[in-house]
Design a protein around this ligand. Structure first.
Ligand code: ATR
Length: 295
């Protein structure tokens, strides 16, 4: 049963720029509806970083209990937090805020969202070789997931190798027993991968292949895909990216980013409401998201 908006409706929201195409309002409002909570979630476009502080404290002043933060404010918002969850601290980015008695507490749900998507799909990362494609904002949570999930090693593949090295440096200290190797797209990464077999798990975190550039391939060359047994693309529009098609054409299992997005949103919802959301509810929301995106 869906609640009418009334004087007791609780407000949650998203702070970012731009936010007009965000799927999070759909996701969060449907979760609240299915769970029977009198909440609404709105997207707030915060035009510049100077306005972020006003938005964060203004939200508190109005009794907002939590919100998501997206690009470009996932780092900047950390300045206003009383406490930061250890995972978010490691990643260096916060995407979920919850008000706890005397201040905002910050969390990162991108990493647990990816781990839950892997687990849902029956993909075991423990002891596996992982190749991370990209070293931008989205790569941080993915690298953290690979390390936290117990990968045997991680190869970070990025056009600009210096960015890959900076990312490896950020995490190396926290996981000293997992080798992190960095290579650029022009290095002979295929030979390196081949020396460890053909069962690599690939986490694709670049924007290459996203609508409208749907033919874009983040890694060129057929041989790379011969060594991938499972490929995750962070992109979900189009539903099947060029990267996913290559993984599948070479016999691997391929997944888009919609379940990761779903599970990060679910984790935020769980934090705000102190509940656990099972896979059955998750699937109902996912179906709705798929339909909404196809419109
Ligand atoms: P951020 O997420 O930090 O805002 P971004 O510019 O969106 O960064 O880029 C995210 C990732 O996609 C980066 O790894 C970027 O590679 P570089 O570090 O070399 O810039 C990668 N990327 C973006 N466009 C790309 C392209 N056309 N070819 C290859 N990689 C690309």
């Amino acid at each position: 049963m869906s609640f009418e908006i009334n004087a007791r409706t609780q407000l949650l929201g998203l702070l970012g720029h731009p936010v007009a195409h965000s799927v999070s309002p759909y996701l969060q409002n449907h979760l609240a509806e299915i769970c029977g909570l009198n909440q609404r979630y709105l997207a707030f476009d915060i035009a510049d970083e100077e306005s972020l502080e006003d938005a964060v404290w203004g939200a508190h002043a109005m009794g907002v209990r939590g919100f998501n933060v997206t690009v470009p404010y996932k780092k900047a918002v950390m300045e206003y937090l009383e406490e930061i969850d250890p995972v978010a601290e490691k990643i260096g980015a916060v995407n979920t805020l919850k008000w706890e008695e005397t201040g905002w507490h910050g969390f990162n749900t991108d990493m647990p969202g990816l781990l839950r998507a892997l687990s849902y799909d029956g993909v075991e990362i423990k002891g596996k070789n992982v190749v991370l494609i990209g070293a931008g904002g989205a790569a941080n949570a993915a690298l953290c997931a690979a390390l936290e999930g117990g990968a045997a090693q991680v190869l970070v593949l990025n056009r600009t190798v210096a960015k890959a090295e900076a990312l490896a440096e950020q995490f190396g200290g926290a996981y000293p027993f997992v080798p992190i190797r960095c290579m650029s797209m022009t290095d002979d990464f295929v030979s390196y991968m081949a020396s460890y077999g053909k069962e690599w798990i690939a986490l694709q975190t670049t924007s290459v292949g996203m609508h409208p550039d749907v033919n874009g391939l983040p890694v060129k060359g057929e041989e790379f895909y011969d060594h991938i047994s499972v490929g995750y693309d962070i992109i979900f529009n189009p539903e099947e990216t060029a990267f996913m098609k290559q993984v599948a054409a070479h016999g691997g299992r391929a997944f888009n980013g919609l379940r990761m997005l779903l599970f990060q949103g679910i984790r935020s919802y769980e934090i705000w409401n102190d509940v656990s959301i099972g896979d059955d509810i998750a699937e109902t929301v996912l179906k709705g998201m798929q339909e909404a995106l196809r419109k």
